[in-house]
Design a binder for this molecule. Sequence first.
Ligand code: FMN
Length: 204
Amino acid sequence: MDVEEMKKGPLSDDPFAWFGRWFDHAMAHADEAHACVVSTVSEDGMPSSRVVYLKEWDERGFVFYTNLTSQKGQEALHTKGCAMNFFWRELREQVRIQGVLEQVSDAQADTYFASRERASQVGAWASNQSSALESRDALLKRVKEFEHRFEGKQVPRPPHWSGLRLVPTAIEFWRSGEHRLHDRFRFVRQDVTLSEWSVQRLNP
Ligand SMILES: Cc1cc2nc3c(=O)[nH]c(=O)nc-3n(C[C@H](O)[C@H](O)[C@H](O)COP(=O)(O)O)c2cc1C
C-alpha cells in the first residue's frame, strides 16, 4: 500500500484508519506484528521499555494486558505518559505512538481474561510480576497453590491484573525508502478529548 495513495484518499486525516490498514497488513506479512515496545516513565523522569502484545485497539486507543503492580503498571497509574513502538522488520515499517495510559473497564478486562488459557489465568495469580523472586521453584509452588485453590472452578481475574489503554496524542507512520529517504507521516492532536487530528510529512 502506497503512503501517497493513502494520503490522497479518504483516510488522509484519520490515523486510526491508517493504523488499521498498516496493522492488518503487518499481521498478514510480518512475524509477531502485535509485539510492540512500550515505554513508561518513573516519577523521577527515568524512562523504561519492555515488549508487550497489543491485544485490542479502536478509536479510544491501544490496549495491552499486564499486572498493575509491575513496574510498568505502577508507572502507568502514576505518571501515565507512554510511548509504544512497532517495528515490522519484514516490511521495513515502524509505527510510533505517544499519549497517556488509562486502565480499561473491569468488564473489558474480565472478558479478555476469560478468553485466556487456564494456565495463563493461573499464572496471572501466581506471578508478582517485577518483584524479586527467590527461586523458580518458589514460583512453581505458587502455581500449584493457585491450581489447587481454583480446582473445579473458573479462574477469576486477579484484581491486580488488567488492561492498559494508550490514548494517543501522536501517531507516526514510517516506511523505509530508497537511499534512506524514508516516508514519515505524523498525526497529532492537542488533547486526547479532541477527535480532530492534523497530519504532516516529516523529513526522514
Ligand atoms: C514477545 C513478548 C511479549 C510480551 N507480552 C507481554 C504482555 O502482553 N504483557 C506483559 O505484562 N508482559 C509481556 N511481556 C513481558 C514484558 O516484556 C516484561 O518483561 C514484563 O511485563 C515486566 O515488565 P516491567 O517490569 O517493566 O513491568 C512480553 C515479552 C515479550 C518478549
